[in-house]
Design a protein around this ligand. Structure first.
Ligand SMILES: [Zn+2]
Length: 144
């Protein structure tokens, strides 16, 4: 092990105890020292570069620069949706953009069923009835 490599190992050992700027200054100056010894500096230089690249702080910054930027999704309230051409489903009263796609969905069928139950029973407390309907449908599906 050369004297410079020994220094490098010491710097690596204390890397998490010194400020990031000081660590980078030390590494930069070690690189410069190796620059004066081209014969043995080539392999040691690549070692220094690799060590800097593997530093947790450098890795973290590298990952941050590669993160995808999320496009901020526009939050629309119901009034804004209606102004922008969304529709109210007559079956279940949900505000949707694509009415045809929505009306083919389970969500719409369930919403429409809940709406009919409220209309028929005059109350919103229909959990037991809904459970019975679901069980009857399941029996009908098995008999088909
Ligand atoms: Zn619907």
């Amino acid at each position: 092990m050369t004297a410079i490599e020994a220094i490098l190992y010491v710097v690596e050992d204390i890397a998490d105890k010194i400020p990031e700027g000081d660590y980078l200054k030390l590494m930069d100056n070690l690189k410069k020292v190796y620059g004066f010894k081209p014969a043995e500096g080539v392999s040691v230089m690549s070692m220094v570069v690799e060590r800097v690249r593997q530093n947790p702080i450098v890795l973290q910054h590298d990952r941050q620069t590669r993160m995808k930027i999320k496009v901020k999704q526009e939050i629309k309230d119901d009034a804004t949706k209606l102004k922008k051409g969304w529709n109210i489903c007559e079956n279940c009263d949900t505000i949707v953009l694509d009415l045809k796609e929505h009306q083919a969905s389970k969500k719409c069928r369930d919403g429409a069923c809940a709406k009919r139950l409220v209309k028929t029973t005059g109350t919103t407390e229909n959990a037991k009835l809904k459970k019975g309907i679901t069980l009857l449908k399941a029996i009908r599906v098995r008999e088909d």
